[in-house]
Write a protein of this length. Structure first.
Length: 256
């Protein structure tokens, strides 16, 4: 098995678009995003880390990584397109600090079984904030409140997802239906368990995904394998880096 050990080697070997699109690449998004040209993606849809470590959330007030990648997300996003991010209500005011995008709207995921502690008791919803670059038009009218799948970290067709903050793919699909069209390139720099990629596959969107944690990268690959069609050419493209790229040299934690 070939092992790439330095960021410089990775940047030399990976080329856009053939090595980037419809793949989840293991490595630091702050480095890998430099592989994407200006104005190359049709939407950025992500759930940024708040001081994530390997297995749990700690120092969740640290938004260093989010602030660091915002200018790069603005650079790679096409004009008149949307930037969409999950974000903690607790730190909402900070979302608007030094943000190059313009606020557009908010979408809520109501979680009936949610029990995340909050200053008033428990939080039973997730917030998704829609920003824009230029003056984009939505692809399809929808709504701004959705209901979560039942159970904690459960997908009805998959079961338990071994990740601290998985996002339900049915919700991701609803967002993509509203703000993207078929064949659009969806970029998720912190793709985690792979829900964005699965939603793209099911909706005939293309995707670019980065993930710094090898265990979550492997989880995403395993989940995706259940949803792809059998034609070898698509599978070959999707898993081109399974054996070639284990970016041990780029597994450094996000800056804190």
């Amino acid at each position: 098995m070939e092992r790439i050990t330095t960021r410089e080697t990775v940047l030399k070997k990976l080329k856009f678009p053939q090595d980037i699109i419809d793949k989840i690449i293991l490595g630091n998004a702050l480095n890998l995003i430099k592989l994407i040209p200006d104005n190359a993606v049709d939407i950025v849809l992500t759930d940024p880390p708040y001081g994530l470590n390997k297995r749990e959330i700690k120092n969740d007030a640290d938004l260093t990584t989010f602030y660091a990648i915002l200018p790069e997300c603005y650079r790679v996003l096409k004009n008149n397109c949307f930037f969409i991010t999950f974000f903690s209500t607790k730190f909402l005011p900070q979302l608007f600090e030094n943000n190059p995008f313009k606020y557009f709207w908010q979408i809520i995921l109501y979680c009936p079984q949610g029990r995340v502690k909050s200053p008033i008791g428990y939080t039973k919803y997730m917030s998704v904030f829609i920003f824009k670059k230029g003056n984009p038009k939505i692809a399809r009218f929808g709504k701004d409140i959705f209901i979560d799948t039942p159970g904690k970290m459960v997908e009805p067709d998959e079961g338990y997802i071994e990740h601290p903050t998985p996002k339900p793919k049915h919700f991701i699909k609803e967002i993509l239906k509203m703000f993207t069209r078929e064949k659009d390139i969806v970029f998720d720099p912190f793709i985690g368990s792979g829900s964005t990629a699965i939603a793209c596959i099911q909706l005939n969107r293309r995707f670019i995904g980065f993930e710094i944690d090898q265990s979550y990268w492997e989880l995403a690959q395993k989940r995706i394998s259940k949803f792809i069609n059998k034609p070898p050419h698509y599978q070959k493209e999707l898993f081109l880096f399974d054996k070639k790229i284990l970016l041990k040299g780029c597994e450094n934690e996000y800056p804190s």
